[in-house]
Every structure is written in structure tokens, then in C-alpha cells.
Design a binder for this molecule. Structure first.
Ligand code: ADP
Ligand code: MG
Length: 691
């Protein structure tokens, strides 16, 4: 068909433009792009098999003589033929056909046929086989099948790839010593093998990507990712930041002395790490990881105090208003008594409050500003910003972070010509291999210990059928002076339904407990109202808080030590862990009841089992990763998979480690190779890399 249209000059011209557009849709612009556009599978056209081996389910290529050929009219008009070669007979069937196809299969012709065999009426058959003349020379390479887009045929793609292989630079981008020590083929060998594997190579090996040629490609790709991150890190070190060296200031001593608790050894350790970073003259980019409840906020307070004692302003950003508000009350509680001025900036301030807050920030009177991301979006002018703290910031992807880095700084946050230091806090523990790719451009501190005196939350799995028992448990706890959360079932399909469910649950529980105050909180409530409810709950006026997952992140009310999660089977593992982290924050024994309704899917069962068996965030993360794979675990962007087409962060762990080690060596000893390698693999994404 495409050959027919190519014969008409007018159509050919517009066809060419269309073709280029389709190629571009696949990211194929220049020869170098085609070179790394690698096959998803192969067809073996290098061999002819005896017809006797054409069994249903196999894709075969056979030759034989047409022994039967007829246009049947019933049950529908179709062309049916059969070929034989002495070992068996194979039927061929066309439900649509052209006259020349019919001529191809006239009885007595010798033909070559290719296609997938299935069980037909009269025996094995191929529907719409590919037919050519018998006896033509066989190719000596496997035929590649490329990822393509609608209307772009394999033969066209193959031709373009072959052309590109002649034009493009296939020279080696790695030092020879490296290829040798890892037993990797050269780039050219790998590429040529994958585009045209010699007959006899195992198709299986190629498709499962275990062949050394694939290993080389995955290594290259992972190496490019590591190099990009390493460069980002180097560029950051070349930037200038104000050293915030007042690690020993009186302010910090007073803060320490004012705390009602002693810091854990883990907190001390990360405070020291951050303190050393802040004293440097290039911007800190540190990730602080700590399980829910491990006490990250006070660490942030120490970082802030050091920056403030060094004469700088600090901005703390949280993903939600509730969380920002909590930080505000916590940090204000610690810092106001020390004479610091703390401002609060979110979308829900009145215009006047907002103006006053902005003035305080702009004039430099405010030492610390706490808010939501609105803080960046609103072009807040600082007079001397020195440190930005992002809470629960596990939502940044690798590319996104590289981009931030490329921009050099966040212009809206610039209050001085130097870059502010940056501290990211996250409660999502990331298993090692992921961390290696995800955080290769960040320094990481981990709080690996919970404050003392916490007994782990007891988790109970209770069937929905035992709801009455759960209600009396809630009643008993509250009568004994404690508070509880009731998390409404997740309704993913519809936000309206989700809201309705929350309202209904609140009504039902209010009438079940007429003698106590039951609060309601959901994402659609105006912020002021949310804050009121949260306040009342914190003060103990509200005893039972019915909530959607808005309470998932960061909410901290130590007297709440019972949590009921309805339809727990609908929640993800990370989400359940976050929710459960809302209790067990005081010294009293806490209980989390996971109410479920059967029948449970296999994966829901595994999730509930994991929740029952462990409260360790890292173990939960490990199991979550196992259940979901890295893409979903972190979201595509976060997994770092976004920069990868061929390697798989989970399956290719060994290669990830090799690439990381190699990146360090290349950065140190082989700058030319670094540049060449990145040019090849980061094409079209160079914008991520300054230099
Ligand atoms: P997260 O790491 O989840 O953000 P928070 O910073 O909210 O944890 O801390 C959880 C609770 O533990 C808070 O009530 C906090 O005041 C308290 N806390 C923090 N550090 C300690 C400590 N060393 N000893 C006792 N309680 C602490
Ligand atoms: Mg927190």
C-alpha cells in the first residue's frame, strides 16, 4: 500500500511531511535518535521450518506447494488455501483479499508463508499470512520489531534505522578499561547486535534483555542518569551561598534548654550534619528522612535557629494548610519564647493579614515564615533569605529537581544574590537502590530511632461484621479521657462520593455517641473551618475526629491514641502507614483498628498482613515496593525511571550499582568521556544540564 502511494508524486510529498511528523512523535529527529531506538522484539525469518512443526501458538516461516485454493462463499466470502511439503499441511485464510493475493496462491505455486499458527476447522491454519515467493534468499539476521506509532510501518522504520546506523557516530563513549572490567561489548557492537542480531542468537535472551548487548545499553543509560545527577551536584557546589556558621550561638543553647524532652541520639546526629552543611559557602541540598513520629520538626527548628542566629531569614513550606498550620503552632511554641518573629502565610489569609505578613517578610522583621507552596508561587520578597525547608517533599522527581538546579535558584525566593540552603524532609523511606538513583544529587540524613517511651502501636484487623465492638472500644477510650480518629473509607472514583461518605459517617457516629463531641474534617472544607476543628481536637474539646485522608500527613495530637480506619482494604500500604503514624505519639499505648470488608484481593490481604506484622517504616516501604514495583511506589517521576527507557531500577539492581561506581570514576578521571556519554544519552534533555 505504501509503495502504491509513493508512486504518485503529489501524495508522496505530503506523505513525507507526515512521515517526519510521525517519526518526531517517537522522538526520532536525527540519526543519533534512531540509533538508540531499540527493538521491542524480533521475528526469526532466518529459518524455514517443516510444515509438520507448524503447531498452534507458534509463529513460523514455512515453504510448500499450494495444494488447494478456493474462494469460499459460506459462511462468508473468504479465500482459503492450503500448502504442503511432505511433512504436513497448513491452511491459509484471508477474510479480505485482493486479486493479486488470490493469484499468489494458485494451486501448484511454491510459496513462502509466515505468521502465527492457530487451530482451524480442518487443521492448523494461519489467518492473513505474509506470502512471498519460495526459494528467495533468507536474511542472516533476526528481523527487529520497533516501537512505533499508528501509520508508521515496520519496514519504513527499519529502513530509517539502517540509514541512521551508517550516518551516526557510533564511536565509543566509555574508556576501554571500563568496558573490559565489566565485560561489556562496545557501544557499536551492542547497537549493531540489537538492531540486527545474527541468526542463531536466542530470541528469548534478546527479548528478556539478558544479552550482553542489552546489558551494555542499560548500563549506558543508568550511567548517563548518574552522570547527570553528579553534574548537578557539582554545579550546586559551584554556586555560592551565605555560610550560616552560628552553630554555637546562644539562641541554639536556649532552644535546647527550653525543650521539654531530650533529643534522641539520631536527632543529635542529623542536627550536627545539617549544621555543618549550613556553615559551607555552597548551598546545602540535604534530604532528612525519618519515619513518621521520629521528630523531624524539632530538627527543622534547630536548622532554622542556626540560620536566624546567622542573621538570615528562613522559609518553611508544607504541602497542605493543615500541616503548615501545625508547624506554625509547634515552631512558634518553641521559637516565640526566644524572641523570634514567626509569620504565617497561606492562601487563606485575609488581604490585610496577608499584606502585613508580606511586609514583615520583605522588611526583614520576620525571622521565620511558615506556609504552603503558595509561599513560592506568590513571589514573596524576602530581604535576607538563607534557608528553605520543604516538609514531606517526596513529590519531586529527578528531572524536576535537576531542572530546579538548572534554573540556579527559585527566583521568587531570592532575597539576596546568593542561593539559599535547602533542607528537604520526608517520611517516605526509600529502599537503597531507589535512593541511589533518586537521591544521587542530594546528601541524605536519616533519623533511625524513635523518641523513647513510645510503645509501638498495636494494630488490629477487624472484620466489618464486628463494627459494634469497634464502636464500644471507641466509647470506652473516650470515656477514659483519650481521643480518637475515625478515618472514612476511601472512594477513589468520585470526590463527591468521598465527601458524602465523610458527611454520612460523621452523622452516623454523632448519633451513635450523642454524649460526646464528634468533629468532621475533609479536604473540601474551607481552611478556616479545618483549622477550627483541628484546634478543638488538639485542645481536647472534640473527642472523636471523623476525617478523610487529609489527616494523613503530619497531624500531631499526642492524646489521640486510637485510630479506626474503615475499609482499610482500599488504602495503599504507604497511606495506611502514614495514617497509623497519627497515633502512638504520646506515651500511652495506642491502637490502630483496620476494619476491612471481605472478600479481600490477594494484594489487599498482603497489605493488611504487612500492617499487622510491622510498624517499621523501612520494612513497610520494602514490602510496598515488592507489591507495587518502583514506578508506582514512588510515582513514575519520583522513581527516576523517567529518564530511563531500557533499564529497570528494580530488576537491574546490579547494573545500577555498577553505573554508580563508574560515574564516580568518570567524573574524576575522564571528563571527555562524561561529555560524550551525556551527549549521546541525554539528547533532547541537554536542557537539564547546564555546561
Ligand atoms: P515527624 O518526624 O513525623 O514530623 P514530629 O516532628 O511531628 O515527627 O514529632 C512527633 C512528636 O514527637 C512531636 O510531638 C514531637 O514534639 C515529639 N518529639 C520529637 N522529638 C522528641 C524527643 N526527642 N523526645 C520526645 N518527644 C519528641
Ligand atoms: Mg512531620
Amino acid at each position: 500500500m505504501s509503495q502504491a502511494s509513493a508512486k504518485q508524486p503529489g501524495r508522496a510529498a505530503s506523505g513525507a511531511g507526515q512521515l517526519e511528523r510521525k517519526l518526531q512523535r517517537l522522538g526520532l529527529h536525527e540519526p543519533a535518535d534512531f540509533v538508540v531506538h531499540l527493538p521491542i522484539r524480533y521475528e526469526d525469518e532466518t529459518r524455514i521450518v517443516p510444515i509438520g512443526q507448524a503447531v498452534p501458538g507458534r509463529t513460523v516461516q514455512v515453504e510448500g506447494e499450494v495444494v488447494y485454493s478456493e474462494v469460499q462463499l459460506r459462511p462468508r466470502r473468504q479465500l482459503v488455501a492450503a500448502i504442503g511439503d511432505g511433512t504436513g499441511r497448513l491452511y491459509l485464510r484471508w477474510l479480505h483479499f485482493y486479486p493479486n493475493q488470490r493469484r499468489q496462491v494458485e494451486a501448484g505455486n511454491r510459496i513462502r508463508v509466515r505468521g502465527e499458527v492457530r487451530q482451524g476447522f480442518s487443521g492448523p491454519e494461519i489467518v492473513h499470512p505474509r506470502v512471498t515467493k519460495a526459494g528467495e534468499p533468507l536474511p542472516d539476521a533476526l528481523t527487529p520489531v520497533y516501537p512505533t506509532t499508528e501509520g508508521l510501518s515496520q519496514p519504513v522504520l527499519r529502513r530509517r534505522v539502517q540509514q541512521a546506523l551508517q550516518q551516526a557516530d557510533l564511536s565509543e563513549s566509555l574508556p576501554q578499561s571500563l568496558c573490559e572490567s565489566l565485560s561489556l561489548p562496545t557501544f557499536e557492537q551492542a547497537i549493531r547486535t540489537l538492531h540486527a542480531p545474527p541468526a542463531g542468537l536466542s530470541v528469548q535472551d534478546l527479548v528478556e534483555r539478558g544479552h550482553p548487548a542489552w546489558r551494555r545499553i542499560k548500563f549506558d543509560e543508568l550511567l548517563a542518569q548518574q552522570l547527570a545527577l553528579a553534574l548537578a551536584r557539582r554545579q550546586r557546589r559551584a554556586q555560592r551561598a551565605q555560610p550560616l556558621a552560628a552553630a554555637d550561638a546562644e539562641l541554639l543553647h536556649r532552644l535546647r534548654a527550653s525543650l521539654p524532652f531530650t533529643l534522641t541520639a539520631a536527632q543529635e546526629k542529623v542536627i550536627a550534619e545539617i549544621s555543618a552543611d549550613l556553615a559551607r559557602n555552597y548551598p546545602m541540598h540535604r534530604l532528612l528522612q525519618g519515619d513518621v513520629g521520629s521528630g523531624k520538626t524539632i530538627v527543622a527548628a534547630f536548622a532554622a535557629a542556626q540560620a536566624i542566629a546567622s542573621g538570615r531569614q528562613v522559609a518553611i513550606m508544607a504541602p497542605t494548610e493543615i500541616l503548615a498550620e501545625q508547624h506554625f503552632s509547634k515552631l512558634a511554641g518553641w521559637l516565640l519564647p526566644l524572641g523570634l518573629r514567626v509569620e504565617w502565610l497561606t492562601g487563606s489569609l485575609t488581604p490585610k493579614q496577608r499584606r502585613l505578613a508580606l511586609e514583615a517578610v520583605g522588611s526583614g522583621q520576620a525571622d521565620l515564615v511558615i506556609g504552603t507552596q503558595a509561599l513560592i508561587q506568590d513571589k514573596v520578597q524576602f530581604s535576607r533569605l538563607g534557608l528553605v525547608i520543604l516538609d514531606e517533599q517526596h513529590r519531586f522527581g529527578v528531572a524536576q529537581r535537576l531542572e530546579l538546579n538548572r534554573k540556579g535558584d527559585e527566583p521568587e525566593l531570592v532575597g539576596n544574590p546568593r542561593m539559599p540552603h535547602q533542607l528537604n524532609m520526608s517520611a517516605t523511606p526509600i529502599p537503597r537502590t531507589l535512593a541511589m538513583t533518586f537521591f544521587a544529587d542530594l546528601d541524605v540524613s536519616v533519623i533511625d530511632e524513635l523518641p523513647p517511651g513510645r510503645s509501638p502501636v498495636i494494630t488490629k484487623l477487624v472484620s466489618e461484621a464486628r463494627r459494634e465492638e469497634v464502636l464500644s472500644l471507641v466509647h470506652r477510650e473516650i470515656c477514659e479521657g483519650r481521643q480518637a480518629y475515625w478515618v472514612c473509607p476511601l472512594v477513589e472514583e468520585s470526590e463527591a462520593l468521598q465527601l458524602q461518605t465523610a458527611v454520612d459517617t460523621h452523622a452516623a457516629l454523632s448519633s451513635a455517641f450523642p454524649d460526646m463531641s464528634v468533629g468532621l474534617m475533609h479536604g473540601r472544607m474551607p481552611t478556616a473551618e479545618k483549622q477550627q476543628v483541628m484546634d478543638a481536637f488538639r485542645k481536647g474539646e472534640v473527642k472523636l475526629l471523623v476525617a478523610t485522608t487529609v489527616i494523613e500527613v503530619g497531624v500531631d495530637v499526642p492524646n489521640a491514641c486510637l485510630m479506626i480506619i474503615e475499609h482499610a482494604e482500599r488504602f495503599g500500604l504507604a497511606q495506611l502507614h502514614q495514617l497509623r503514624g497519627r497515633v502512638g505519639r504520646g506515651s500511652k499505648q495506642s491502637v490502630c483498628v483496620l476494619m476491612y470488608q471481605g472478600p479481600l484481593s490477594a494484594i489487599a490481604r498482603e497489605r493488611l498482613k504487612a500492617m499487622y506484622e510491622t510498624t517499621d517504616g523501612f520494612e513497610i516501604a520494602r514490602r510496598d515496593l515488592e507489591l507495587r514495583g518502583p514506578g508506582e511506589f514512588l510515582g513514575m517521576r519520583q522513581s527516576g525511571q523517567e529518564l530511563l527507557r531500557y533499564a529497570d531500577l528494580q530488576a537491574d539492581t546490579t547494573i545500577v550499582e555498577q553505573a554508580r561506581d563508574a560515574a564516580a570514576v568518570l567524573m574524576r578521571d575522564h571528563p571527555d568521556h562524561v561529555r560524550r556519554h551525556l551527549q549521546r544519552w541525554m539528547r533532547g534533555r541537554q536542557d537539564l544540564l547546564r555546561s
